[in-house]
Design a protein around this ligand. Structure first.
Ligand SMILES: Cc1cc2nc3c(=O)[nH]c(=O)nc-3n(C[C@H](O)[C@H](O)[C@H](O)COP(=O)(O)OP(=O)(O)OC[C@H]3O[C@@H](n4cnc5c(N)ncnc54)[C@H](O)[C@@H]3O)c2cc1C
Length: 445
């Protein structure tokens, strides 16, 4: 056995939704589980935008991995960056050269921001994939107002125009939250008429926002955002990004110093090192049991994997898929160890929800059930608080949200300059969208 102690060694790459759920399945089983993650925390990505928009603190949505497993005695945590998987040696290679041997490997390193080769996007846009992305964006947005307040001419054109690319849930949620942030800042900056000066433009390539939702909910989302002051532009894509402007394919040019990229993801480039079949966006193609067809000892789950149901429909890149797949992969390893047959993965769809902002959200559930407005928003808040890992985090997020709701404030309006080097494990793969990476979009003040 790979760990030298006579029990099978399972290595899990990534402490995201899939990795945590996979590890939990081995509780009480005679297996040594090693979780490797470049960060020592799990982050709740669906609420990253709340950190970026000053609604929640970063530590409301992140939880120490060792703490999560402190009672599960067969789990070890290794903080480190996996740079390659050597399948022929059944080992994972870390950036410091350490080799971690495995009997079974579960790859769940997730996804990275996809800039779709749009010229200038990677250099100038703000991605939102990691805690450091969220804090960097929050710093930038708040600084734009500080700079404008100090000298509105010096700061230049488009200083208070915030352009979001991508009309999926993240783009919609961020647009709504930005407008709410403006309302809070109105009191912070008594000399500026912020709600007149500041502007949010949401650009979506398809003809409507939230493309996978029912038409009625899409229309409601657009109407609600527009009523709240968001300039929604659909049916056009970003063609070109400059430090102080964005050009759209329809020919429009928008002066802006803030382009927020919520347009999509691709598989983490770690997938390339496995030398297995991949989709054009880099995802590892897995069989119905979620392992590589060329290697039954390697499972790939969550955002880094490409899997389909029995009718050939691809599973979406959402948290529920990652959670259920993480559990399923771990259960197949237990089946192997017990000498039983593996079983195909079946995704159970519990529905989807997106919030538009205060008192407004949309939700769609199996059986054609559709909800919107305050009821949907209330359910959305309840579900998100319930899903955050850790009681302290849930309590803190609840208090912050309740405070923000009743005071009409966004309470985490801090510009936090973290010391370079201390917040960083530079991500060799992701460039500036890697967690803790230091480089900034070049136009940032
Ligand atoms: C801004 C945003 C909002 C979202 N909102 C929603 C939503 O509302 N609802 C929903 O269902 N889904 C949402 N998603 C999608 C959802 O978060 C993902 O589908 C889900 O996180 C995938 O889980 P995962 O375990 O595959 O990967 P992740 O949760 O991304 O976890 C991957 C882990 O791997 C680690 N890692 C990566 N590379 C390495 C490496 N080389 N070495 C070591 N560790 C590594 C990372 O640090 C991370 O902890 C959102 C995603 C984003 C970015």
């Amino acid at each position: 056995m790979a760990d030298g102690r006579g029990v099978p060694a399972v290595v899990i790459i990534g402490a995201g939704f899939a990795g945590l759920e996979a590890a939990k399945v081995f509780d009480g089983v005679d297996v040594l589980v090693t979780i490797v993650d470049r960060n020592n925390y799990h982050k709740f990505q669906p609420l990253l935008y709340e950190v970026a928009m000053a609604g929640l603190e970063a530590d409301d949505i992140a939880h120490n991995v060792r703490d999560i497993f402190r009672k599960q005695r067969n789990v070890r945590f290794r903080m480190g960056e996996v740079v390659a998987v050597r399948r022929e040696e059944k080992a994972v290679v870390l950036s410091d050269g350490t080799m971690l041997p495995y009997d079974y490997l579960i790859v769940c390193a997730g996804a990275v921001t996809n800039f779709f080769n749009v010229p200038g996007a990677e250099e100038h846009a703000f991605p939102l994939k990691n805690i450091s992305d969220a804090i960097r964006l929050r710093n930038h947005v708040l600084k734009q107002f500080e700079r404008y307040d100090q000298d509105s001419e010096e700061v230049g054109e488009g200083a208070l125009t915030f352009v979001l690319v991508g009309g999926g849930p993240t783009g919609v949620e961020m647009s709504g939250a930005l407008v709410e942030l403006f309302a809070t800042l109105e009191d912070d900056f008594p000399d500026l008429a912020i709600t007149d000066l500041a502007q949010v433009v949401l650009v979506e390539m398809q003809d409507s926002l939230l493309p996978p939702y029912h038409e009625e909910l899409r229309a409601y989302t657009r109407k609600t955002l527009e009523r709240r002051g968001v300039d929604v532009r659909t049916g056009t894509a970003v063609a070109h990004v400059e430090p102080t402007a964005v050009e759209l394919q329809c020919g429009d040019r928008i002066a802006t110093q803030t382009l927020i990229w919520a347009a999509g993801v691709r598989a983490h480039p770690l997938a390339d090192t496995l030398r297995a079949e991949q989709t054009p966006d880099g995802r590892l193609v897995v069989d119905s049991m979620l392992s590589l067809s060329s290697d039954p000892y390697v499972f790939a789950v969550g955002d880094i994997a490409a899997s389909s149901d029995s009718e050939g429909n691809e599973h979406p890149g959402v948290a529920q898929v990652a959670i259920q797949q993480g559990r399923h992969a771990a259960k197949q390893i237990l089946s192997d160890l017990a000498g039983s047959e593996r079983e195909p993965f079946e995704y159970r769809d519990y529905g989807q929800m997106a919030t538009i902002g205060r008192n407004a959200a949309v939700g769609e559930f199996p059986g054609g059930i559709k909800i919107r407005g305050f009821t949907a928003w209330f359910i959305w808040v309840f579900i998100h608080i319930a899903k955050i890992v850790g009681f302290r985090n849930r309590a803190s997020a609840f208090v912050n949200w309740a405070y923000n709701y009743f005071t009409y404030q966004r309470s985490a309006r801090l510009i936090l300059e973290l010391p370079v080097g201390e917040q960083v494990i530079r991500d060799a793969f992701e460039g500036h969208s890697g967690d803790g990476a230091t480089s900034e979009p070049v136009h940032q003040a």
